[in-house]
Design a protein around this ligand. Sequence first.
Ligand code: AMP
Ligand code: TRP
Length: 325
Amino acid sequence: MRIFSGIRPTNEIHIGNYLGAIKQWIELQEKNECVFSIVDLHAITTPYNPKQLQKDILNVLIIYLAAGIDADKSIIFVQSQVKEHAELAWLLSTITPMGELNRMTQFKEKSKEHKDYVNSGLFNYPVLMAADILLYKAEAVPVGKDQEQHVELARTIARRFNQKFQKTFSEPKALIPKEGAKIMSLVNPKKKMSKSDEPKSYISLFDNPEQIQKKIISAKTDSGKDIRYNITKKPGISNLLTIYSLLTKKPIPEIENQFKKKSYSEFKKSLSKITVDYLEPFRRKQKELLTREVYVQEILRQGQIRAQSIAQEIMQDVRGKMGLS
Ligand code: AMP
Ligand code: TRP
């Protein structure tokens, strides 16, 4: 199976991105042909600093490598370095009704968040995402829950292209993890953990041990004192239990049992330690890779060449079918 996924190089990558998306990628790369992109063309649809963008791209690459993505097995590349993404997005935008884009939840949320930055790139964001996926004829897209609607739209666009022109694409399906598809904010556990919120609401994969401890200890918990999973009555503790379970591979009931007579603060202390240990290789690898600029750039160059060779062939086929060549 061919797999495609990507992350925007914006701010810091957090544990929600890791548990919702990247963690699945590591397993998938063993048996599939995987293409993982750093989607900079998506990142520029919300306010950003041009001077910081290359650093953010490098940070995402380091996270991919530190998490265990193997550049020999998987293709890792920067979206803007393969021009066909922008070209296919334009072509697909001509078969996508505005009404469909108007319904997208992320567009509505982001337009509210950045009222003076509602650009047409943000509106067309899902079309570019469909182009990313279809440009490689990917069959599966491992993402967190918030991206399900966008993958659904990519399916609709693929179907429409096949009907209007000739059968070209299969309909990609979203791979949403059973646990961890929506990690919540540490400050407000009714809201998804998000890069654009204040730093104490998320744990960055590069946070140092003190930062991790501080954020977990001050994470919002619920009234009562039982460590029990109940998403409606105890959203705070349930979110922390989910993180605990995913990092230790222990089922939630077992963790509930382990902390049966313990306090919130004992549970949080234990979770802090587990998180600090789990993220230690990320900090180590970051330090190491920051000193190996040439090696890191070479990975992106190789990735670009490999991605291009697939994308160019598919693009030629699409141009022909649309009557452009
Ligand atoms: P983004 O940061 O929006 O580029 O997201 C990168 C990936 O992380 C996507 O697959 C998202 O669905 C996933 N993701 C983002 N936030 C969360 C979250 N709070 N919980 C789980 N997955 C998430
Ligand atoms: N839109 C995705 C996000 O915000 C990132 C993304 C861009 C993506 N293109 C993609 C994810 C293609 C999967 C496949 O998280």
